[in-house]
Write a protein that binds this ligand. Structure first.
Ligand SMILES: Nc1ncnc2c1ncn2[C@@H]1O[C@H](COP(=O)(O)OP(=O)(O)OP(=O)(O)O)[C@@H](O)[C@H]1O
Ligand SMILES: [Mg+2]
Length: 337
């Protein structure tokens, strides 16, 4: 649906060139919820703005539904833009107009017939769950409700793509979840392709099917969300995943715990506890759980356990080898005799 090929974007500020994007190659499928994560200044917004032609690449091509954007006339580009909705961190509502009129403004821009306005407004208000708030002004809405208006406006022209630039960054965690649920629902019900920029790995975990990790203008990793969490490849990605899992053993515990301390990771099919209890029986060792967490990424379990193994060295070593075979990911973090 969207294809970036060899994209470089250079800005010039005070005569110094700034490379916002460097050789970006990326394909986003129709119907996907695709996340773009990265630190401030990584180039996320610039990449997003290439999709609707708000920015043009210095080098490379951007294709939307097979059409090379640089081949389009101004008029055709405007037409293509109507098929792409966008929502923002600070909602971009018209403060002096109520909910219905904010939506009407977007309908007008999309060229909808005025006589169709009442019906479309009703549909859009119901789509985003704002029934009863039609006459409220933005100042009379919560952050989450404002973003719902933002979404209704972005969907005014029945676009097939929705771009979200930090759409939940100004919201509290509970409201963020509600907005993400709404986006997921729109993706499923309307087949809407959603491209979502965030710097919060939690957002990715909740709804993205696939993710691109960006750092300093480059896409350093692209993976399915599950793979990103279970086997992060790039250091930047590892940092995000560690932050999300929040599993670290206090230094004092490390120093005072005898035996081999290991970190095991387990995924959906094989739970860590059952494998461990099997090892205890088979090799006659003792296991203490020091830390652990089971998380769910799109309803598939993903867990990390930090345990210490004690017992005769031979038994412990045999158990280690066996555990490694069973779980594939095992790391010895301390080895004290
Ligand atoms: N119009 C511009 N002129 C000059 N430099 C720009 C322009 N737009 C972006 N940049 C620079 O390009 C780089 C990437 O910016 P971009 O806005 O894409 O980052 P971002 O990942 O969206 O960051 P944030 O998370 O803070 O929104 C930054 O160094 C930024 O300063
Ligand atoms: Mg940005």
């Amino acid at each position: 649906m969207i294809e970036f090929k060899g994209i470089t974007k250079r800005f010039v500020r005070d005569r110094t060139p700034i490379f916002a994007l460097r050789d970006v190659n990326l394909t986003i499928q129709q119907g996907e919820i695709f996340g773009i994560i990265g630190e401030s200044g990584a180039g996320k917004s610039t990449l997003l703005r290439l999709i609707n032609g708000l920015e043009t690449p210095t080098q490379g091509t951007v294709k939307v539904s097979g059409i090379n954007l640089s081949d389009l006339s101004k008029g055709s580009l405007r037409e293509l833009r109507l098929n792409i909705g966008m929502i923002f961190q600070h909602f971009q509502l018209i403060q002096s107009r109520n909910v219905a009129d904010n939506i009407a403004f977007a309908l007008k821009a999309a060229g909808v017939k005025r006589t169709d306005f009442p019906q479309r407004i009703k549909e859009l208000v119901s789509l985003v769950g704002l029934e009863g708030f039609e006459t409220n002004f933005p100042s009379q809405l919560s952050g989450g409700q404002k973003q719902r208006v933002g979404i209704a406006r972005a969907l005014a022209n029945n676009p097939s793509v929705l771009l979200c630039d930090e759409a939940t960054s100004a919201l509290d965690p509970v409201t963020t979840l509600q907005i993400l649920e709404l986006l997921k629902d729109l993706n499923e019900r309307l087949g809407l392709t959603i491209i979502l920029i965030t710097h919060e790995i939690e957002v990715v975990k909740q709804i993205c099917h696939r993710v691109a990790v960006m750092a300093q203008g480059e896409v350093v990793e692209v993976a399915s969300t599950y793979d990103l969490f279970s086997q992060p490849a790039h250091d930047v990605t590892k940092h995000y995943v560690d932050t999300a899992l929040q599993i670290e053993l206090p230094e004092r515990i490390l120093r005072t715990t005898p035996g081999k301390i290991i970190r095991l990771q387990f995924t959906g099919e094989k739970t860590g506890e059952s494998t461990l209890s099997e090892a205890i029986k088979q090799f006659d060792i003792s296991v203490s759980i020091l830390h652990g967490k089971v998380d769910y990424i799109q309803n598939v379990a993903f867990g990390v356990l930090i345990v210490s193994l004690t017992g005769p060295t031979l038994h412990v070593n045999k158990a280690l080898t066996w555990l490694e075979e069973q779980l594939h990911t095992l790391e010895v973090i301390q080895d004290v005799a």
